[in-house]
Every structure is written in structure tokens, then in C-alpha cells.
Design a protein around this ligand. Sequence first.
Ligand code: AMP
Length: 540
Amino acid sequence: MPHHTPLIGTIVAGLVVAFVMGAIAHRLKLSPLVGYLMAGIIVGPFTPGFVADAGLANELAEIGVILLMFGVGLHFSLRDLLSVKNIAVPGAIGQITVATLMGMGLAYYMGWPVMGGLVFGLALSVASTVVLLRALQGANLVETRRGRIAVGWLIVEDLVMVLALVLLPALAGVMNNADAAGGAGSLLAPLLGTLLKVAGFVALMLIVGRRVIPWALHWVVHSGSRELFRLAVLAIALGVAFGAAVAFDVSFALGAFFAGMILGETPLSRRATEETLPLRDAFAVLFFVSVGMLFNPSVLVEQPLPLLATVAIIIVGKSIAAFAIVRAFGHPGDTALTIAASLAQIGEFSFILASLGTGLGVLPAEGRDLILAGAIVSIFLNPLIFSLIVRSNRREEAEKPPEQPRMGHVILVGYGRVGKLIGQRLAERKAHFVVMETDPDRAEEAEEAGLSVVRGSALEDRHLIAAGIREARRMLIAVPEGFEGGAIHEHARHLNPDLQVIARAHSDAEVAHLEGLGVPHVVMGERELAARMLALCGAG
Ligand code: AMP
């Protein structure tokens, strides 16, 4: 058996245990994140059995952060970013200030030095990119106005932390030799240096990157090689993020976001998203595993009250601050609630700050333990809080009167390449039908075409019910994945056993699967294409 393969061991143990725990969480109807965190605790050093390498797990998690932020950048334009600056900049800075002061208060009470309190407070004030994005993606909110505000807010937080990481060592030095001359001056130089580097990076991306990256990608597309395209997308995402961190000292997340944003301006962004999805999901899972690995359960016994106070600052204190700020800027209550809930957690930046603080000798070890435990607890509770809030918003939406009673209608699942053509024909025939679509852009397109649309996945009963599944006569499943189509069929027939389903497939295995499930009509794209091409050939 090979012995010195810690990297392979960490990836394999992380993914395998996360899969098992994620599957258990799914069965128990819990958020899969809870399963991944548990997996981390299992492979972590504080529980018996196999121990994965925490340092490697952290690095792997960074790849998850890079790919997630790249994906967000793909759907974000510079205009989106600027359109939310009026709320994101004061909001993030205000919330960081409030949370830091609360953290410093707790630290003062615990008798830690002021610098220790500052690091502790800052660590409690920044939300985790991965947790926030997973929550927004899960609720289909990334491309809504509130989603954009939350992402803009996150980017401002990210910038503030980049500055904090540079300034803290200098500040600690000044505090240690308070009487040495030029205290403020020694802070000014690193501050200016960092600002210049961030500005340099942004300028380079907007001036050079904006030309070179789309050009390179177009060239690859014309080469016709799918493999090269996939490689190019990964090279751009990882290369820009890493280059930005090495050359400009900005975070990986920020670098990746800009790389994505530039690619997002080209028509290739949808394909680029598809190419990075599987890797992104796998590495995001490793992020949660790596967080779980840090959890030392003894904090629960040794410091229950300080831990409670820490969690209260993260979940209650920060939320109230964010809610108040968003409301004060005149945004509606549901926007304020979504933003408050999505930021009520801490993650990767907090760990970096904690280790910097202990490294500088200003943060006591118990402070670091509280930050880690606070992160675990808040990440654990976040999906719960988030789904409660989103559900209560949905309830308000559900109270709106239905547009028209539905009876004997058709449900069209998916408004993509195939669904759109079906929808157009059905509309021409004045058929009575409802579109179900998960992708916000495509849902909007359907709405603009005047169709009745349910935004959400046909895999979830509540969305099916919103589309009037019980009264529907037919369902056309126009999603490209036959196996997903099979699962949609199962859900739909469970709610309406008389429903007549027509499904789409792209392989013999999918056709067999769907027919095995009892779908009466399965249309296979490739067979129809072949038949049509043959017919044309005969005609010519
Ligand atoms: P295309 O492959 O271009 O025909 O697009 C398929 C469309 O189906 C995409 O726009 C997807 O967002 C959509 N879609 C995929 N799965 C689901 C689902 N479970 N519920 C609703 N829409 C879906």
C-alpha cells in the first residue's frame, strides 16, 4: 500500500465521507452542508480513526472558493457591481464596524488585549463566500436584486479584509513600540501600497484582461476542441486568481471574480459555467469538510458561555446590523432579511485572521478556538435560518391571488433550447400552459414572452404544486438530462397519478431508464435528428 500520499488521502477521504454523510443528510431532509461538516468532524483530528491533512484540506477548499467566485463573476457585469455600490459599500463597512465593536466588547470582557479584540471582532464580521453563495444558489437568488446586493456586499468585505490582513501586522508593530517615532507613518505606507496594488490589478484586468481573455477563448472555440476549451476556462479561472494573489496580494476570491466577470461579457459565459460546474461542486464540498476538521468539541464544554456570546454576535448581532442598514437605505423588508440571513455566518477569512492574530501573538488561543467553533455553529445553522426566511417570504408571495384558475393545462419543464420552441408553438395555438424554469435569465425570457412561469425546480413538490400539478393534464419534460427527467416524472406522478408525461432523452440508457419508470412517451434527440437528416438526404 502506498504510504506517502497525503494529498490523495485527503481528497479521497473528504469526498467519500462527505458523500456518505451528504446522502444521510439528504435522507433526513437536512441541508447537505450539515452532512459535509459532519464528514469534516469525522476525518478531523479530534475524532478517532483516519485523520486527513488539515493544511491540504484548506488549500483544496481554496480551489472551491476560486471556482465559486469565478462562477459568480460569470453572471455579474461591471454594471451590476456598480449598480449596488450605494448600498454595498456603506452596508458592508457599517456592518463590519458594528460587528467588530461587539467582538471587541466581548474580548474586553474576557480580558484580552485591545489588538486581540480587534482581530477577534474583525474575524466575526466577515461572512464566508462559499456559505453565502451556496445559500443564494440554493434559493435561486444569485441573479435577483437582493442576490446582487449580497454579492456586492461580499466583495466590499473581501476588499476590507485584504486591507486588514496587510495592516494588522503593521498595526501590531506600532502598538508594541507605541513610543517609537513615526507610528502613523508606518501604517500609511502599507495602506497606500495595498490600495495601489488592488487598483493596479483592477486596471490590468479591465484594460488588458478584457481584450486578451475573450480573444484567447474565441481562438480556442474555433479550434473545435472541447477539451481545450474546458482547459482554457480552468486555466483562466485558476491562473488569474493565483496570479492576482501572488503579484498583487489580493485574495484568490477577488481575482477569480474579476476573471469571471470579464468572461461573462462574452457570449461564451454559459458554456464556461457548464465546464466548471462539476469541479466547482466537488471542491466546494471539500471547503465544508475542511471547516468541519477544525472543530474541537471540547470548546463546547470548556467555554460554553463565551461560545454562546460569539455565536450570538455572528447570528443575531450582525443580522440586526445588516437588516437595519439595508432598511435605512430604503430597501424592502424581504431584501433586508435575505441579506441579513446570508451574512449571518463566518468562514474562511475568519480562519485566516485568527491564525494571523495568534501568529502575531495578539490573539489568545482561546480566541481562535471560539472563532472556529463560532464558524462551525453558524455555518451549521445558516441553511436553517435561510430556509426559514425564504419560506416566510414565499408564504407572502403565495398569499397573492392566483392569476387564473388552472384546469387541464400543460406543464412545460425547462425553457431552454427545446422548451422555448415548444413554448412558442403552444402559445401560437393559444394552449393553456405553465412554464417551470430554474434559470432566472430563461425564466425572465419566458415572462417577457407573456407566458405564465413558475420559477423553481420541477424536482420540488412546492414548485410543482405552484404550477398546478394536481389539475394538470400533461407534462412536457424538456430538460436535457434524462435521469433528471425521470426524477421529475416520479415527483409529478406522485402528486398526480393521471398525468400524461412526455420526456426528452439523449442516450439509449436514458430512454431505457425513462421507459422503465413507466414514462409513456420518450423522445430521443439524436434519433429524431438522425431521422430528419435521413429524410433530407432521401429528399436530396
Ligand atoms: P436546454 O438544454 O437548452 O433545452 O435547456 C434546458 C433548460 O431546463 C434549462 O434552461 C434549465 O435551467 C432547465 N431545467 C433543468 N432542470 C430543471 C428543473 N428540474 N426544473 C425546471 N427547469 C429545469
